[in-house]
Design a protein around this ligand. Structure first.
Ligand SMILES: [Fe+2]
Length: 238
């Protein structure tokens, strides 16, 4: 599997505070069969603390640790980018990190009750500059109002959809679980990622549990596409 949304880097956002815990998250991810993992600290926190260099350095240190410990996993540079008027400029200038420096970008919509024209024009601007927005966890956001039409519209206008493994597993409540299944049934989900924030607890690495549920309910080929093939396309960046 490939995990495209993970806050395992230490001391940057609401992920772990210690690098020791980062390594524990990496161990657990490898044990679950994750072979590639995108580090996605929140852009806001990274830029406020001027920590872009720390992101790159920690990814490097985690890859060194993986090699030394014989873990079959590789970590890549990314970011969870909240969408605003600055994002396109920041992404084009390497201030906001795209997925593995390629043309896909993990975008977090604003936590609002509904989306105005700015939301759609900011996504359009990213696309007009050659980027492919991957929308982070819409199933958990009230702006989407459990409305698959809003998500279908995003898909039809050149965006891609990432949902969270914990949503499928019922960790965010039955309404989110139901909405996630609806999106899966309608073929509106491109990738399921963990959005891990900690070694142990509600936001722990649980991608394997979700893989088991999805492969049982939707079949191996379906699971292969959303846990490996599409994420690999995002990492390759073209
Ligand atoms: Fe996240």
């Amino acid at each position: 599997m490939i995990d495209l949304h993970n806050h395992l880097l230490a001391g940057l956002d609401d992920g772990p505070e210690s690098f020791a815990e980062s390594k524990m998250i990496l161990d657990k991810s490898a044990k679950q069969g994750i072979v590639k993992l995108l580090a996605t600290p929140h852009k806001k926190d990274v830029l406020e603390s001027k920590s872009s260099g720390i992101v790159v350095n920690q990814v490097h240190l985690l890859n060194e640790y993986a090699t030394q410990s014989d873990l079959n996993i590789k970590v890549f540079v990314g970011m969870e980018n909240h969408l605003d008027d600055n994002l396109c400029h920041q992404a084009m200038n390497g201030i906001a990190f795209t997925i593995n420096y390629g043309s896909y970008i993990l975008v977090e919509p604003p936590y609002t009750d509904s989306f105005d024209l700015d939301f759609y024009s900011q996504l359009n601007e990213l696309q007009a500059n050659g980027l492919f927005p991957l929308i982070a966890h819409p199933e958990r956001m009230k702006g989407f109002k459990n409305n698959p039409n809003l998500i279908e519209n995003l898909k039809n206008t050149g965006n891609f959809i990432q949902i969270t493994s914990g949503s499928v597993l019922g960790k965010f409540g039955s309404a989110v679980e139901f909405f996630s299944k609806t999106l899966l049934d309608l073929g509106l989900v491109d990738v399921i990622s963990s959005d891990t924030h900690m070694f142990k607890g509600k936001r722990e690495q649980d991608l394997l549990d979700a893989y088991r549920v999805i492969s049982k309910e939707y079949g191996e080929e379906f699971a292969e596409n959303i846990f490996y093939k599409f994420p690999e396309t995002c990492l390759l960046g073209n």
